[in-house]
Structures are given as C-alpha cells and as structure tokens.
Write a protein that binds this ligand. Sequence first.
Ligand code: NAD
Length: 256
Amino acid sequence: MSLQGKTALVTGSTSGIGLGIALVLAKAGANLVLNGFGDAKAAIDEVAAFGGKVGHHPADVSKVAEIEDLIAYAEREFGGVDILVNNAGIQYVAPVEEFPVERWDAIIAINLTSAFHTTRLTLPGMRTRNWGRIINIASAHGLAASAGKSAYVAAKHGLVGLTKSVALETATTGVTCNAICPGWVLTPLVQKQIDDRAQATGDAQQARHDLLAEKQPSLDFVTPEQLGELALFLCSDAAVQVRGAAWNMDGGWLAR
Ligand code: NAD
C-alpha cells in the first residue's frame, strides 16, 4: 500500500520502536515528523533514505507547551498530521510504596497524558480531511500487570482506555484509533532491565533468558520492524473497521 502524500508524526522516534515504525511508514511513502531525544541526525538520515520529506522536532512530550509547538511545526511545515503514532515512553521499576513520586508523575505525563494532548490537537485536522489514523503504542502491560511497574501499568491501561474513547468519538468518520500492545522488544528501554538483572547475577545471557521466560512463551523478542508492519496495516483501507482495538503482538504473553 502507498502512504504517498500522508504525513506521519511518531513521538519518541529517535530510537527503538518509534524509529522502527517511522522507517516502515517512510518506506510506504509517508512524510515523517520525528520526535525524541538523542542523536536525531542518525534517525533523520535513515528515514530520509526512503525519499520522503523528513523533519525532527525535539519537544519534550511531558510538557504541554512543547507538544503544542510540535503540532504547530507539523502543521506549518507539513500541512498537518494524517497518522499520529503516540510512542514516546519511559519505564521505572520499584515497589509502589517506594516508587519515587517524581518518576510516577513523569511516567503518567509521557506515557499517557502526552497522547491526550497530541490527539486533541491533531484530531480537528483529521476530521476536516475525513481521514486519519491514531495509533497508540501501549504494551502487554496495557492489558495485564506485573509487580514493580505500577506507574507504567496504570499509564498503559489508561492509554488503552483513551484509545477506546477516541475510537467511539470518531466511529462514524474516516479516522480510526487503535492501540498496539507489544510484548518484550529488545530496545534501550528493555536492555536496561536486562542489565539491572545481570548486575545481580553477573550473567547477561541468563538475564536475557529469564526476562523472556517469565512472560514471553516464544522466548524471542518482538522486533520494531514487525510492529511497524502492524502499524502500516492499521493505516490501510482494509483496517478501516478496526476501531478501538488493543492489538497484542507479544510472543504469546497474553495467551497464558
Ligand atoms: P526507547 O527508550 O528505545 O525509545 C523511547 C523514545 O522515546 C526515544 O526516542 C526517546 O528519546 C523518546 N522519549 C523519551 N522521553 C521522551 C520525552 N519526554 N519526550 C519526547 N520523547 C521522549 O523505548 P522503546 O522500547 O522503543 O519504547 C517505545 C514505546 O514502546 C514506549 O511507549 C514503551 O512503553 C513501549 N513498549 C516497549 C516495549 C519494549 O519491550 N521495549 C514493550 C511494550 C511497549
């Protein structure tokens, strides 16, 4: 399928899953607005290789004024956002009674509230054009919990709820809203959790295996490319009646 002429905004797309999704959408012909911290130039160059228009805005999506600036940039430079992928996210692991309040606030702001702001700011343009795709990158933790991840689980369950509400509010339009719920994907966010485990045991291979074996029956990681292909399907005409779904791609995690 071709996304020629469409503009996709992917938050948190300088690395990991966001970059993987941006690459698949760019390969399908979309123009890309990238966002996120770190080495933006490497991400821009990789995405631009597919020939579409590419920009990067460094908004910190925990800050509403910076999100407003990001959307204004997309409107000014790209004529609006047709495909919104809310992907930026962070993790922190601690028991609830020891959970740092500042980490709780940051996780809710970045993993949940940012999607409310990007959605409310881009939906009017999608409604006017009667075409849009909102794809929220939730998690298996949007549908099931794990100990030690109260803020992340709360934010991701919240994101699945937001997805359903927006899907109902847009149900009779050409705009769809769905969530993708990945299991373990080997990105910096997960590598840190493997490193933390390995520090305790001194065995990185064992830490990797244990992390997978606890949750993911396939004993293999989901890849950003596979998630990108699912996002691309959700952008297709064939997916127009997929509305309010929380679609897991998790190596069997939620089948247990
Ligand atoms: P990552 O750490 O590789 O990438 C996160 C991206 O978000 C980076 O580009 C980073 O710069 C950006 N970012 C972080 N804070 C930001 C902020 N305040 N403002 C703007 N950008 C910010 O992580 P990832 O593993 O690719 O995770 C991407 C999304 O996928 C997250 O929402 C995460 O919860 C979700 N997810 C990841 C996994 C996994 O196993 N890796 C599983 C399920 C869901």
